[in-house]
Design a protein around this ligand. Structure first.
Ligand SMILES: [Zn+2]
Length: 133
């Protein structure tokens, strides 16, 4: 067993550049502009948030951009000790599956939350914070 005081925590920063692809790049652009957008599959009408390159239901890759609802529900909390936020999985009606996002501390499964953007979004998934209604 590793003792708590034998662990050294460091924050490593490694500059890295990669392509997002068209769908995720568009999504991140919307975030930077202050908009929360998901996608609806043109073939089977399944909705996803965050957007995907390929539909998990039918494999299609043609999308319509749709606004996402304000109100979501927490289905799982992942506490992050010593961090400003926890991680949560949230779901909402009309969208397939759940989204993994940052959340305010102290939220629990079943709590209804509003998805908010940071004051100055940078075009990153971490711009989104789930906050208690
Ligand atoms: Zn589909």
């Amino acid at each position: 067993m590793i003792r708590e005081d034998s662990i050294l925590q460091v924050d490593l920063r490694i500059p890295y550049t990669f392509t997002t692809g068209e769908v995720v790049g568009t999504f991140l652009g919307y975030l930077k502009d202050g908009q929360l957008m998901g996608v609806e599959c043109e073939k089977c009408q399944t909705r996803f948030f965050p957007p995907l390159d390929l539909c998990e239901q039918c494999g299609a890759s043609r999308w319509r951009w749709v606004k996402v609802p304000d109100v979501w529900e927490i289905v799982l909390v992942v506490p992050l000790p010593r961090k400003a936020h926890d991680l949560v999985f949230v779901k909402t009606g009309g969208f397939y599956g759940s989204a993994l996002l940052l959340a305010d501390k102290g939220l629990e499964k079943g709590v209804r939350v509003r998805l908010s953007l940071k004051e100055a979004p940078e075009g990153r998934i971490t711009d989104i914070i789930a906050r208690r209604l």
